[in-house]
Design a protein around this ligand. Structure first.
Ligand code: PLP
Length: 395
């Protein structure tokens, strides 16, 4: 028998829990796609993207997951054979670079640790060597969802500026937008990539690219452009051109509702909620680590993301035991390690539509699984999370 009947908890770092309000907003009849309400919905979603990314840039909406938006971003601003510098801090920037490789870009990886943020000094040194300006774009993620590192986007911009380098600065915010501060314009980001199914609380299938003026200027001469992703045709006069065909009507309804919810809560309140729940998670992990079996993947506490926490396990058997017990006994699905950390880590998501009881439920199931199966751990992790929140959630 189990104690899992009841609502399943999805605690993986994407796709995340979709609010009932968003699900309900999609449950309605189809409407015309050429004029009327849907035109306003598209405009509202673009406004929402500008608000959440703190940008006056030009947003594009793609019927694609994040991998599609990666390709969209690269194809619109680069030429075959261009060199791009990928800043490694885990799996995802490298994955983005590999996409570019298949498109005919010359991909150089600035090697990085999977336990640390991007080394900004190493970036500056590499750009300084590039006297002839071969590097046409710098690619980085704000949060890497495999390692749970957060990179300092404004510091990376400063490094590019210190050298006076002209490369486009392209940032993947798929696992961070709507969970932490991101200032596209102030931080000089030229191209922002994001997707709807993590901090933005929508079911997967829509992603976004936001371009500033510099990126739109590069677009004019980019020869990797293809019909479906192409910004110029997507800026055409007909509404369907926004989508290069039929819009994903009901997903747009859902997105509009999700953005309304974000606006109603307020970005600052959302960021604080994520910070508090992330720190509560870290309190629990710190306690559990005392048993010697588990440890934080990210070594420097200041580089730990507020959207996901990657926890290393010394023994893959204990990892399997935790995952299995959580899902089969408790109905809690905890994230597994991916890529290089496959079989070595569990990932606790705390992003998007999540509150204290949802997080506590997940942490409790994990601790319960450790206790029930005699997996070495410091006890009192959940208590430490409770103590932290009791003290720090503002009255
Ligand atoms: C999830 C994720 C992706 C990939 O998104 P898909 O929708 O799965 O294609 C890319 N980058 C980051 C940082 C992510 O977290």
């Amino acid at each position: 028998m189990s104690v899992k009947n009841g609502r399943q908890f999805l605690s993986i770092p994407g796709p995340t829990t979709v609010p009932d309000e968003v699900l309900a907003a999609m449950h309605r009849p189809a409407i015309d796609i050429r004029k009327g309400e849907l035109v306003d919905v598209t405009a509202a979603i673009k406004d929402g993207l500008r608000m959440i990314s703190k940008s006056d840039g030009t947003p594009f909406i793609y019927i694609a997951n994040g991998h599609g938006a990666w390709e969209a971003a690269l194809s619109n601003v680069l030429n075959r054979g261009d060199k791009v510098l990928v800043l490694e801090s885990g799996s995802f920037a490298v994955g983005w670079g590999q996409t570019g490789g298949t498109m005919g870009l010359d991909v150089e990886i600035l090697p990085g640790s999977w336990q640390r943020a991007v080394n900004v000094d190493a970036l500056e040194a590499r750009l300084k060597e590039d006297k002839s300006g071969d590097i046409k774009a710098v690619l980085v993620v704000q949060v890497d969802t495999a390692t749970s590192v957060v990179n300092d986007i404004s510091a990376i911009r400063r490094a590019i500026d210190n050298v006076g380098h002209d490369a486009l600065f392209m940032v993947d915010t798929i696992a961070s937008l709507g969970t932490m501060d991101f200032r596209m314009d102030e931080w000089g980001v030229d191209v922002t990539v994001t997707a709807c199914q993590k901090g933005l609380m929508m079911s997967p299938g829509v992603s976004f690219v936001i371009a500033n003026k510099k990126a739109l200027a590069r677009h004019e001469t980019a020869n990797l452009r293809t019909a479906y992703w192409d910004w110029t045709s997507r800026l055409g006069p007909e509404h369907y051109q926004n989508y290069a065909g039929t819009p994903p009507v009901h997903m747009l309804f859902g997105l509009q509702k999700a953005f309304e919810m974000i606006k109603a809560e307020g970005l600052e309140a959302i960021f604080l909620r994520h910070q508090l729940l992330a720190e509560a998670t870290r309190m629990a992990v710190k306690k559990w680590s005392e048993g010697g079996e588990f440890s934080f993947n990210i070594l420097n506490p200041a580089e730990r993301a507020n959207s996901v926490t990657t926890v290393l396990a010394a023994n893959d058997k204990s990892l399997d035991a935790v995952h299995k017990y959580c899902s089969e006994k408790c109905g809690v699905v905890v994230g597994v390690g991916i890529s290089q950390l496959s079989g070595k880590a569990l990932r606790i998501a705390h992003m998007g539509h999540i509150n204290a009881p949802m997080l506590m439920g997940t942490l409790s199931a994990i601790e319960m699984s450790m206790k029930a199966q005699d997996i070495p751990h410091g006890s009192g992790g959940v208590q430490a999370a409770i103590d932290y929140l009791a003290e720090n959630v503002p009255q």
